[in-house]
Write a protein that binds this ligand. Structure first.
Ligand code: SF4
Ligand code: SF4
Ligand code: FES
Length: 362
């Protein structure tokens, strides 16, 4: 047993914000949720915390432990104690506190609903009624890690971009959007990418904090990169983010070194670039050169890298449609049991009840 000092955030519901201090004797492997429930049962019955499954499935118990988003039911006391000599438990970030460790998840779920998290039928290819609409194992694999998400909002809590722009959809909603964008049964592929490209795709700061926070290794930041690539392929240069991204790649490929003047023109156009002149002058005063550099020695070796990247057999470099593409055709529906026999039917995604299009769990 070890002595564990615990500071727990208290507040919300009209009470002043503060940290209450407790001390418990616990085994090092004790889950933090168990410690909180011990405080509630034995010391202070007014402590509010949210939980349900106690086995990392429901996502309800997420809190911040020593500043990091964690599932309280599977995070053990010992390793966290070793980091700071105490446990500081706070409610999740980017969501208003209702009481103590319980937050109002509305900002999280509002963003999730904005992505229309269900299959949108394609009128040209209606779903078979009363039959399976199977996918090949390769198509299911395109979802990457997204089905693992338990909607715990740990990534949402950790994301700094939500602070700076309320329009940003956040890591979980964008990871879920990716899941529908790569689903060949979904009919809103273009519309989804177009909406997200104009709305918030490029507001991600690429800090990777969502990847670090996610207890299920969904890696939302990687799915955001996938979405950016797909939006560039499908929609092309549309607004500053995609123009900047495509311009950056072309810029480096051309000379092996960044030509910032050209990049500004590619991203912002003439008027936008002129608007950046005061910033450019300040940068030059501080010794930053924005002159055009000559191509680097051995620039042609970059072609090898660019070519190798364009031939990679991963999602980002597959064709967008056709056999083997991200949006490749689904295998034919499973035929009726009578003919041919079920044993010859294609193996694919698990059967769905007739007409069901929503995920069983968000
Ligand atoms: S990588 Fe993007 S989505 Fe993830 S936490 Fe950072 S800003 Fe948010
Ligand atoms: S992506 Fe990970 S951290 Fe974010 S809600 Fe899903 S499981 Fe939680
Ligand atoms: S209580 Fe369900 S995930 Fe922790």
């Amino acid at each position: 047993m070890v002595r564990v000092p615990i500071e727990v955030f208290r507040g919300g519901a009209g009470t002043p914000n503060r940290f209450d201090k407790f001390e418990l004797e616990l085994e090092e492997h004790t889950p933090i949720l168990t410690a909180l429930l011990k405080i509630r049962d034995e010391i202070d019955p007014t402590l509010a915390a949210r939980y349900s499954c106690r086995q990392a499935i429901c996502g309800s118990c997420a809190v911040r432990v020593n500043g990091k988003s964690r599932l309280a039911c599977v995070t053990q006391v010992g390793p966290e104690l070793a980091k700071r000599g105490k446990l500081r438990i706070e409610p999740m970030g980017n969501q208003p506190v209702l009481r103590d460790l319980v937050v109002d998840q509305k900002p999280f779920w509002d963003r999730y609903h904005r992505i229309e998290p269900y299959l949108i039928p394609d009128p040209a290819h209606p779903m078979p009624v009363g039959k399976e609409n199977p996918m090949s194992p390769e198509q299911v694999a395109q979802f990457q890690e997204t089905p693992r998400c338990i909607a715990c909002a740990s990534c949402f809590s950790a994301c700094p971009a939500l602070d700076s722009d309320p329009d940003f959809l956040g890591p979980m909603a964008l990871a879920k959007l990716f899941r529908f964008v790569v689903d060949p049964r979904d009919g809103a592929f273009h519309q989804r990418l177009e909406t997200v490209q104009n709305q918030s795709l490029w507001l991600c700061l690429r800090c990777n904090l969502c990847v670090e926070a996610c207890p299920k290794d969904v890696r939302p930041a990687e799915r955001i990169v996938d979405l950016k690539w797909m939006a560039n392929q499908e929609i092309g240069k549309r607004e500053a983010g995609s123009k900047h991204s495509i311009g950056f790649a072309e810029n480096i490929q051309e000379g092996g070194v960044l030509n910032e003047r050209r990049l500004a023109m590619d991203s912002l156009g003439l008027l936008g670039t002129l608007g950046q002149l005061p910033k450019a002058i300040t940068m030059m005063r501080h010794g930053r050169s924005i002159k055009k550099h000559p191509p680097i020695q051995g620039r042609e070796q970059l072609d090898v890298i660019y070519n190798a990247m364009s031939g990679r057999e991963d999602l980002q470099h597959r064709p967008m449609s056709g056999e083997g593409g991200v949006r490749g055709k689904a295998p034919p529906p499973t035929p009726p049991a009578a003919s041919p026999p079920a044993a010859t039917a294609p193996t694919a995604a698990k059967p769905r009840p007739s007409g069901e299009t929503k995920e069983a769990h968000p």
